[in-house]
Design a protein around this ligand. Structure first.
Ligand SMILES: Cc1ncc(C[n+]2csc(CCOP(=O)(O)OP(=O)(O)O)c2C)c(N)n1
Ligand code: SF4
Length: 271
């Protein structure tokens, strides 16, 4: 019933999606639509920009103002949209590879500038579209097509990265925690300044298959078993937190955002 009400936000003529059955991308997409619907945002006033990857295909299915751009460059395009159309809610969607690997520089500087936009990272810990190569968030010792003997690098923690780069809203949930995901995306969309949601999701086809969880439900069980809330995490030591996914809102603060500061400069310049 609820799903039916959300169909108005989708380009149904473009379905079925390219996504594997059971891919977590659909869960994140639905959580986003639920948040948009609860906030009663007008779809004509929402712009969604993505890069390249399985997750970035989301913009093709969403009936908003959408742009499917270049790998890693969604935030750069979104910055242009933000400045040109201040009345729009600007949302960036992309994979961990897209946003924190090739697009990593755009990401940290968008956080530093406090650009007024929501960035939803579909964090499946791997490059899905290109066949399961390791990404900057692939956990140490995990197997990937480019790490058949186990990954030797330490992963980026997207939350830590966003916090240290100066993001003013930072949250994380997994696709197992659907209601939390809706809540955090909703808060992110209401936030003035940059809002980063690390949406941890399953690519069972590659990450799961290489790491003993080939079925979507096995990855769901993994997320359920290994997630701890921020409150629980505060009482745990480093060893206990190893391999744990900490979920919650890590920062929510008001600070002048880039567009407001830019406006004051334009006014000074008499424009
Ligand atoms: C400049 C450039 N480099 C590399 C690629 C190839 N490429 C396409 S998608 C992708 C990675 C996708 O991984 P991610 O962003 O994590 O998204 P996912 O597919 O997992 O959702 C890569 C490397 C490209 N399209 N353009
Ligand atoms: S390859 Fe992975 S990320 Fe891509 S659609 Fe399939 S399950 Fe999803």
């Amino acid at each position: 019933m609820r799903t039916k009400q959300l169909l108005k936000y989708l380009r149904i003529d473009r379905w079925p999606t390219v996504w594997c059955p059971g891919c977590g991308n659909g869960i994140i997409l639905k959580a986003f639509l639920e948040a948009v619907d609860q906030l009663k945002l007008k779809k004509e006033r929402v712009a969604v920009i993505s890069g390249i990857g399985c997750s970035s295909r989301a913009t093709g299915y969403l009936d908003f103002n959408t742009m499917h751009t270049l790998h890693g460059r969604a935030i750069a395009f979104a910055t242009g949209v933000r400045l040109a159309r201040p009345e729009f809610k600007v949302v960036v969607m992309g994979g961990d590879g897209d946003i924190v690997s090739i697009g990593g520089n755009h990401f940290i500087h968008a956080c530093r500038r406090n650009l007024d936009m929501t960035v939803i990272v579909f964090n499946n810990m791997i490059y899905g579209m290109t066949g399961g190569q390791y990404s900057p968030t692939t956990p140490e010792e995990s197997v990937a097509s480019t790490a058949p003997y186990g990954h030797i690098e330490k992963p980026f923690d997207i939350v830590e990265l966003a916090l240290s780069a100066g993001a003013t809203f930072v949250a994380r949930a997994t696709v197992f925690h659907y209601n939390l995901l809706v809540r955090y995306i909703k808060e992110a969309l209401q936030h003035k300044g940059i809002a980063v949601v690390d949406a941890v999701t399953n690519c069972h086809t590659y990450y799961g298959r290489y790491n003993g969880m080939p079925e979507p439900y096995q990855m769901m069980e993994y997320f359920k078993k290994n997630s701890v809330t921020l409150e629980q995490a505060k009482k745990m030591n480093e060893e206990e937190l190893e391999d744990k996914i900490i979920i919650g809102i890590f920062r929510k603060e008001e600070k002048p955002c880039y567009t407001d500061l830019y406006k004051t400069v334009s006014e000074k310049a008499g424009r």
